[in-house]
Design a protein around this ligand. Structure first.
Ligand SMILES: Cc1cc2nc3c(=O)[nH]c(=O)nc-3n(C[C@H](O)[C@H](O)[C@H](O)COP(=O)(O)OP(=O)(O)OC[C@H]3O[C@@H](n4cnc5c(N)ncnc54)[C@H](O)[C@@H]3O)c2cc1C
Length: 451
């Protein structure tokens, strides 16, 4: 009989921020852990927008799960796509990647599901191929291709109207990702590429940031939202508030502003950074357990993050909606720090159970909120203290380097940033993959920061 047969078996689905934290926090526990992910790497999503704009390469923000966990002897990593849960028999079913192996069954005593979230197109899935999202490595590389191809196409376009459309970039959604993307595209056009073309002047690019509500960064205090908007305008971004996208295709974005009038904007590059829904595994858990889903598809969990009637099943991170002891939903930000705290808590819950101790409810510690707006400019709210500009940017930089996994990636990213800061250059401007409208066959469900 192997050790795994006698130990308490914990299966963790998702090697993102929450799942990986749960696995690592179980390193000294007398349990046999199986980590299942459809990807073979952990992705540091907060820096994806830098990959989209050529500042970083994907491998600098992604680390293979086997590398991260190679010294943790109580973990087995399985690459596979989980598709259903059999909660009664305490097992899940997954499809192994590429080799045609389907229906592999894994049994557990405790199940932790942290499968993240994805972008929602508000019922307009037909927009997906035209308005790409910053979510997975594939979709981000497709965005990078679109952005850099647009400048190349403008360079050889002789018709002025069509050239203008190539040089118009629309970012939909004024949350942190939209703000970061718009700021980076502006810096790319006005700084990095400014002298690289002969027929076209990239500084003539128009960058529109479209936000349906009355301010950007709605999870930040209004003062910081205003600062972010001012900085973006200074960088050359046109911020359109109280404006909704009502239609789009590969040539045009149709928006409706506060005056209620529709506006057609010819634009060849559209980036989607609006609306988040939970991973489809939240729905699978709800179907298997009878738990409720909220309007963004997150599965309801109790104060100890377990599913009602199934104390052995924990759901956490972007895909879970926590309820207190009286059944009221607790508002928690859809951030990496929330998922990581919940991952650590889930591990402590498992350890307590194995020791036969009662559980304590999960307590969230607000670690603050950060977003970069541009070079040397960020906004930050930490423990009620608000900061913007260079100071906030330095905090942002330190936090991101600290949480990035692996010494090698930390050093590489720091070196890249130092180099870009001095030269205003970007080292990863390759145009790869096929051109034209793209449906990114992503298959992953990486998290999308909410708000
Ligand atoms: C562009 C972007 C920028 C962001 N910036 C920030 C930021 O600056 N600060 C911040 O705090 N947060 C940020 N976030 C949000 C943060 O990344 C998420 O809140 C966090 O990733 C949630 O962690 P999670 O563990 O719930 O899910 P994730 O980290 O998304 O992990 C989910 C994992 O589950 C796997 N998975 C999904 N479905 C399956 C399946 N069926 N079978 C097997 N595996 C599966 C996925 O491959 C993935 O590895 C950002 C998000 C995005 C998209």
């Amino acid at each position: 009989m192997s050790e795994a047969d006698v130990l308490h078996r914990v299966v963790v689905v998702g090697g993102g921020f929450g799942g990986l934290q749960a696995v690592r926090s179980l390193r000294r526990a007398p349990v046999a852990v199986t980590l299942v992910d459809r990807r073979n790497f952990h992705l540091f999503q907060p820096l994806l927008y830098q990959v989209a704009t050529g500042a970083l390469s994907p491998a600098e923000i992604a680390t293979p799960l086997r590398v991260i966990l190679k010294r943790q002897k109580n973990v087995r990593v399985v690459m596979g796509d989980v598709r259903e849960f059999d909660l009664e028999r305490r097992r899940l079913v997954l499809d192994a990647p590429e080799n045609g192996e389907q229906g592999t069954v894994i049994s557990y005593e405790t199940l932790i599901v942290a499968a993240g979230s994805r972008y929602s197109y508000f019922g307009h899935d037909e927009w997906r191929p035209f308005a790409l999202e910053i979510k997975s490595v594939e979709s981000t590389l497709a965005v990078r291709r679109r952005i850099f191809t647009a400048f190349e196409a403008a360079e050889i376009e002789e018709d002025s109207k069509r050239r203008e459309a190539w040089l118009t970039f629309v970012v939909v959604g004024g949350g942190p990702t939209g703000v970061e993307m718009a700021g980076q595209i502006a810096e790319l056009a006005h700084d990095t590429l400014a002298r690289d073309f002969r027929s076209v002047d990239p500084r003539h690019a128009r960058i529109l940031l479209v936000e349906a509500s009355e301010r950007l960064l709605s999870t930040f205090p209004p003062r910081l939202s205003a600062r972010a908007a001012q900085t973006l305008e200074r960088l050359g971004v046109t911020v359109l508030l109280e404006t909704s996208v009502v239609d789009l295709d590969d040539q045009t974005v149709v928006s409706k502003g506060p005056d209620g009038k529709s506006k057609h904007v010819p634009a060849r590059t559209i980036v989607w950074a609006a609306g988040v829904v939970a991973s489809e595994l939240a729905g699978a858990l709800a179907a298997a357990s009878g738990a409720e889903l909220d309007r963004t598809g997150r599965v309801a969990v109790g104060p100890d993050l377990t599913i009602a009637g199934h104390p052995e099943v924990i759901a956490l991170g972007d895909m879970a909606s926590v309820h207190d002891a009286t059944g009221n939903q607790v508002a928690l930000p859809g951030l990496a720090s929330t998922a990581m705290q919940q991952g650590r808590y889930a591990a402590s819950l498992v350890r307590r159970r194995v020791r036969g101790e009662p559980s304590q409810p999960f307590r969230f510690v607000d670690k603050g909120n950060l977003a970069t707006v541009g070079r040397a400019h960020a906004v930050a709210e930490i423990k009620g203290i608000q900061a913007s500009g260079m100071l906030a940017w330095l905090i942002w930089l330190s936090v991101h380097i600290f949480y990035l996994i692996g010494l090698q990636n930390r050093l590489l990213v720091l070196t890249r940033w130092a180099f870009s800061f001095v030269t205003r250059g970007r080292g990863a401007r390759l145009i790869t993959g096929e051109s034209g409208p793209t449906t990114v066959a992503d298959g992953s469900s990486t998290g999308a920061r909410q708000g």
